[in-house]
Design a protein around this ligand. Structure first.
Ligand code: HEM
Length: 221
């Protein structure tokens, strides 16, 4: 069972690791061409309803979204992402190599850039005290599924919102930019290789559900 408890996060805006800069080019919505592994199919099944529920309640899909509403939403996402990213991809995380952490520990810094651009101090946003704390590689993959998958939705939303939210750059939604598809493919390949046993697939699925649940509770409600 996955623990969710207090976690001390790094200082606001601190980059956890070196990683590619937020792109200046346009992201492309990822095209998923690889054959889905049993683990990926299970993750999708376990979280389909949670994802749909989230989409329906997110301020990013609400009519009339403006730059300040985007920034306030981004601040909540930062409070969720900061501790979660440290657990998943931070220096001490024991699954850093399997999760390709060096390339992926960028997300809190993308959001921090968005907040600064919108005139907010990232330090004003609190960290979520109940983000999932993975206790195994399988659980780490489950949480990572939610973080990495969010870049696919981000690419979709970037296309929809970039004109509406000008002059903001929307780094969080741009995500990995043109690298979104390739990085998603590489993540799927790692999942397929590492998470194969039924017990691990189940643990990953529960962890992904816990991650969606904590996002919903902290960011949306
Ligand atoms: C709120 C508005 C959101 C919208 C409209 C949205 C939309 C989408 C879309 C269109 C995809 C598929 C992209 C593709 O196949 O190229 C996707 C995938 C995904 N999104 Fe979202 N998303 C949203 C928010 C989120 C958030 C906040 C999270 C996580 C906290 C998330 C997690 C995921 C995951 C895990 C996938 C991968 C699904 C899979 O292929 O297995 N999404 N989203």
């Amino acid at each position: 069972m996955m623990a969710t408890s207090e976690h001390s996060a790094p200082a606001c805006g601190q980059r956890l690791l070196t990683c590619p800069q937020a792109p200046t080019h346009e992201p492309e919505t990822a095209t998923i061409t690889a054959i889905a592994s049993p683990a990926l199919l299970a993750l999708r099944d376990a979280t389909r309803e949670l994802h749909a529920e989230l989409d329906g309640h997110s301020p990013l899909t609400a009519p009339g979204l403006d730059t300040q509403a985007y920034a306030l939403h981004a601040g909540r996402v930062l409070g969720w992402m900061r501790p979660l990213e440290a657990q998943l991809y931070g220096e001490g995380a024991r699954w850093r190599d399997e999760l390709q952490a060096q390339e992926r520990a960028c997300k809190a810094s993308w959001i921090t850039s968005d907040l600064r651009e919108a005139g907010h101090d990232p330090a004003q946003f609190a960290d979520c005290p109940f983000t999932p704390q993975p206790a195994s590689l399988a659980e780490a993959f489950g949480v990572s599924y939610v973080c990495e998958g969010a870049t696919l939705g981000g690419a979709f939303l970037y296309k929809r919102l970039r004109e509406q939210l000008k002059p903001l750059s929307l780094h969080w939604l741009q995500g990995y930019g043109a690298q979104t598809g390739p990085l998603w493919q590489r993540w799927q390949a790692a999942l397929a290789e590492q998470i194969t046993k039924p017990a691990d697939i189940e643990a990953a699925s529960s962890a992904a559900q816990a991650a969606f649940d904590s996002f919903r509770r902290w960011v949306i409600q």
